[in-house]
Ligand binder design. Structure first.
Ligand SMILES: NC(=O)c1ccc[n+]([C@@H]2O[C@H](COP(=O)([O-])OP(=O)(O)OC[C@H]3O[C@@H](n4cnc5c(N)ncnc54)[C@H](O)[C@@H]3O)[C@@H](O)[C@H]2O)c1
Length: 307
């Protein structure tokens, strides 16, 4: 099967849409009832908050984490999962598919904090620089991308398709001195930007990201940020609602919901508008789509080109 070459930037660039805050109401989430969700990094923080919210909405959840879930529920299935292991990820998807026959939504969320600044040099006995610690890329980026690859594999084979939400971060689009973490989170946003033009409208899978600011979780102890910096935080439940609305609202695709101190805004429209102002007529994706179209005339498919 070859990929869609359609240029599908459906971003709303209207002034009213750009960075306007919005509210998420309970009635916006009722369509999550009885839907099947797969969540990674589900045992703590934002993942756990999302699992709790989904269960409140009468959804079915297949939850993966290195740690056991701190709650039990007849609609919750836990599968011990390390997102750095392809075998583990394949197996949690199989559990969900076998148990429910479909997977409607996937939340690729597992993550850890930064491991290196690249200035904290580790050397061997000869004084030669050792390779830096890349665990953050393995979990926060490669783990998330592999989760999405499996989600797409399963969802494209089910008539109704599905939706995916990735946990990006406010550090996906600004300077942030946790270097490896920031690099990985830019990559997560980059993955969404790369994959969305290949999916809709021919493959009915929506992909969106969340970009939480400081949220009290296992990574951010309660009270610490406020006491140390004066900056306010938010609870995982606030962020969970941004995940849920991206899944519940079939009109959302390629969006990045930023949440800070309990306020929500869609950031991707503003970011892409800035990019469009810079590049003018030379939109890279439009050029790529035309190149692939032209090459298909020479018998070269998009997939053969590895695009
Ligand atoms: N807390 C914040 O302020 C904040 C802000 C922006 C983004 N995030 C992101 O939110 C996501 C969730 O983090 P959190 O803040 O809720 O932290 P958390 O530590 O409370 O939760 C992370 C969960 O991921 C799990 N996990 C870690 N490595 C894993 C692996 N290899 N395989 C499977 N599960 C693994 C942990 O066991 C834990 O349950 C992460 O991607 C993080 O980068 C957090």
């Amino acid at each position: 099967m070859s990929v869609s070459l359609a240029h599908t930037d459906t971003t709303d660039y209207s002034a009213s849409a750009l960075m306007a805050t919005f509210e998420i109401h309970d009635e916006d989430l009722v369509r999550l009832k009885d839907q099947v969700f797969l969540v990674t990094g589900a045992a703590s923080g934002i993942g756990l908050g999302t699992v709790k919210l989904l269960l409140e909405k009468d959804a079915y959840v297949v939850a993966g984490d290195l740690s056991e879930m701190p709650l039990q529920h007849d609609r919750l299935t836990f599968v011990n999962t390390n997102v750095t292991s392809w075998a583990d990820l394949s197996s949690i998807f199989k559990v969900a598919k076998t148990k429910y026959g479909k997977i409607d939504h996937v939340f690729a969320n597992a993550g850890i904090s930064g491991r290196t600044t690249y200035l904290d040099e580790q050397v061997d006995e000869n004084g030669d620089l050792l390779e830096p610690n890349h665990l953050v890329y393995d979990i926060n980026l490669k783990g998330a991308v592999n989760t999405c690859a499996l989600a797409i594999h399963h969802m494209r084979r089910q008539g109704a398709g599905g939706s995916i939400v990735l946990t990006a971060s406010a550090s996906s689009f600004q300077r942030f001195r946790a270097v490896d973490y920031t690099t990985a989170k830019h990559g997560v946003l980059g993955f969404m930007r790369g994959i969305t033009p290949l999916l809709q409208p021919s493959i009915p899978i929506r992909v969106n990201c969340i970009a939480p600011s400081w949220t009290t979780t296992g990574l951010v102890p309660e009270g610490f940020i406020e006491k140390t910096t004066g900056v306010g935080t938010q609870t995982p439940n606030v962020v969970a609602r941004s995940v849920a609305i991206l899944m519940a609202d079939a009109g959302r695709n390629g969006q990045l919901i930023y949440s800070v101190e309990g306020k929500y805004s869609e950031a991707e429209g503003t970011l892409l508008k800035a990019a469009a102002d810079i590049v003018g007529d030379v939109n890279e994706d439009v050029v790529m789509a035309k190149l692939l179209q032209a090459m298909s005339g020479y018998g070269v498919s998009a997939e053969q080109e590895g695009s």
